[in-house]
Design a protein around this ligand. Structure first.
Ligand SMILES: Cc1ncc(COP(=O)(O)O)c(C=O)c1O
Length: 372
C-alpha cells in the first residue's frame, strides 16, 4: 500500500458525521431506505431474498454493467469496470497508469485523492487553479502553459467538488480534443453528472467523446446511494481497463452481491431518483439565493451551476474558527476550505439534504447572534 498522508476531509467528517445533527456540507444527496428502493418493482423484494451470496464477476455483475452502460452513448458493458465506490477507482486508475516522475495536471481546488495519490506515487503534480473571480472557471490557456513533454494525465472533476463549477460544453470538447491529439490521458471525475440545474448544460461523458478518456461514475452522489458503495469507470481504452482490472484482484476482487442487485434496480429507475434529488437541490437553492442576498456583508458566493455543493467566501472571521464555533453552538456542520488546502477563507456548503432548511435557519441565527 502507498504511504498516503491522512485524507483531511474524511478525518474531519470522522469527528462529526455521525454525532452532529445538521450536516450542512454533505456532498451527497438525500438517501433512501432499501425498502423504498424495493418498492420500485414488484418481485424485487423476493429477488433480494433469493439472491445467491457467492462471488460475483470481477468486472461487475453483467446486469449491472448493462444498466451502467445505458448512461453513456458509446460504451458497451465490457467497457465498464465496477468498483467499490468511486474512491477505489481513483486509487486503481492512478496505480495502473502512473509511475514516479510522470507529470500530472489536476483541476484545483478538488477532492484530495485526485492529486494526493499521484503525488504519493512520486509524480510531479501541476495544479490547474480555478479562482472565484472567474466564476471558478479554470483558464484554458493556463492549462496549455502547464503541459510538459512528459505529462501523462489530466484529472478533471466536473461538475466540481467543492465549487459547483460546470464547464461550457464547447470548452470541454475542445479540451478533450487537444488532450487526445497530444496522447494525454484524461481522468474525468463525473460523480455529480446529472445534477445540472439547466439540463441543456449537461456535459457529454468524456469517454463518449474521447477514446483516451476514463469517465468516473458512482451511485453515491447524484443518486444519494452512498451506502451501496458502487462506483465504476467507463472507457474505450482497454489497456487502462485491463491494468485496473488486474489491480482489482488485490483490492476488492468483486463487489458485494446485494449491492450489485440493489444498484441494478436503482439504475433501472435512475431518472426518477435523480429527478427527486434535483427537485430537492433546486428547492434548497432558492432558499440559499435569499440567504446570500440577506447576508452579503458576511458572505459571498459564486452560485454553483450543478450538484449539491458550493464554496462560499466568509468575510471578516477566520473560517476554521467560525465552523468550529457554529458546530459547537448550533450543531450545524460546515467544512472549512482549509481542508482543501485552500487559503481563501471559504467553506463548503452542501444542500442536497431534506433537513437543509432547518440547518440554514440555525446558521442564520448564529450569524445574527454574532452580529448582535
Ligand atoms: C469528486 C469526488 N470524487 C470521488 C468521490 C468518492 O466517492 P465515493 O465516496 O462514492 O467513493 C467523492 C466523494 O466525496 C467526490 O466528491
Amino acid at each position: 500500500m502507498l504511504n498516503l498522508p491522512p485524507f483531511k476531509l474524511e478525518r474531519y467528517f470522522a469527528q462529526y458525521e455521525f454525532s452532529t445533527k445538521y450536516l450542512l456540507c454533505s456532498s451527497d444527496c438525500e438517501s433512501i431506505a432499501i425498502n423504498d428502493l424495493l418498492k420500485f418493482e414488484p418481485g424485487a423484494e423476493q429477488g433480494l431474498k433469493d439472491l445467491w451470496l457467492g462471488y460475483t464477476e470481477s468486472q461487475g455483475a453483467p446486469e449491472l454493467r448493462q444498466e451502467i452502460s445505458r448512461l453513456y452513448s458509446s460504451i458497451a458493458p465490457d467497457q465498464i469496470l465496477v468498483h467499490s465506490g468511486a474512491e477505489e477507482a481513483i486509487l486503481l486508475f492512478m496505480q495502473a497508469v502512473l509511475v514516479p516522475g510522470d507529470h500530472v495536471i489536476v483541476q484545483w481546488p478538488c477532492y484530495q485523492s485526485l492529486f494526493e495519490i499521484a503525488r504519493t506515487i512520486g509524480c510531479e503534480v501541476g495544479f490547474w487553479e480555478a479562482r472565484p473571480e472567474n466564476g471558478w472557471a479554470p483558464n484554458l490557456d493556463e492549462l496549455k502553459s502547464l503541459l510538459h513533454s512528459n505529462t501523462k494525465a489530466v484529472i478533471l472533476n466536473l461538475p466540481n467538488n467543492p465549487t459547483g463549477y460546470l464547464m461550457p460544453e464547447a470548452d470541454f470538447r475542445a479540451l478533450n480534443q487537444s488532450l487526445q491529439e497530444r496522447g494525454i490521458l484524461l481522468f474525468s471525475d463525473e460523480v455529480y453528472r446529472g445534477l445540472e440545474y439547466k439540463p441543456e448544460e449537461k456535459l457529454p461523458a468524456a469517454c463518449d467523446i474521447n477514446p483516451g478518456a476514463v469517465s468516473l461514475g458512482v451511485l453515491s452522489k447524484s443518486y444519494g446511494l452512498a451506502g451501496l458503495r458502487i462506483g465504476w469507470i467507463a472507457t474505450h481504452d482497454m489497456t487502462v481497463y485491463q491494468r485496473m482490472a488486474a489491480l482489482k484482484d488485490y483490492t476488492t476482487i468483486c463487489s458485494s452481491a446485494p449491492s450489485e442487485y440493489l444498484s441494478s434496480l436503482a439504475l433501472r429507475h435512475a431518472g426518477q431518483i435523480v429527478e427527486r434529488n434535483q427537485a430537492l437541490i433546486l428547492r434548497n437553492l432558492g432558499l440559499l439565493d435569499e440567504f446570500f442576498a440577506t447576508h452579503a456583508d458576511r458572505l459571498e458566493w459564486v452560485r454553483p451551476k450543478a450538484g449539491p455543493i458550493g464554496f462560499p467566501h466568509l468575510i471578516g472571521t477566520d473560517v476554521e474558527k467560525f465552523c468550529h464555533e457554529l458546530v459547537s453552538a448550533k450543531g450545524v456542520l460546515l467544512l472549512p476550505g482549509t481542508i482543501y488546502d485552500h487559503p481563501g477563507n471559504h467553506f463548503r456548503l452542501g444542500f442536497g439534504r431534506k433537513n437543509m432548511p432547518t440547518a440554514l435557519t440555525l446558521l442564520e441565527e448564529y450569524l445574527e447572534d454574532q452580529a448582535g
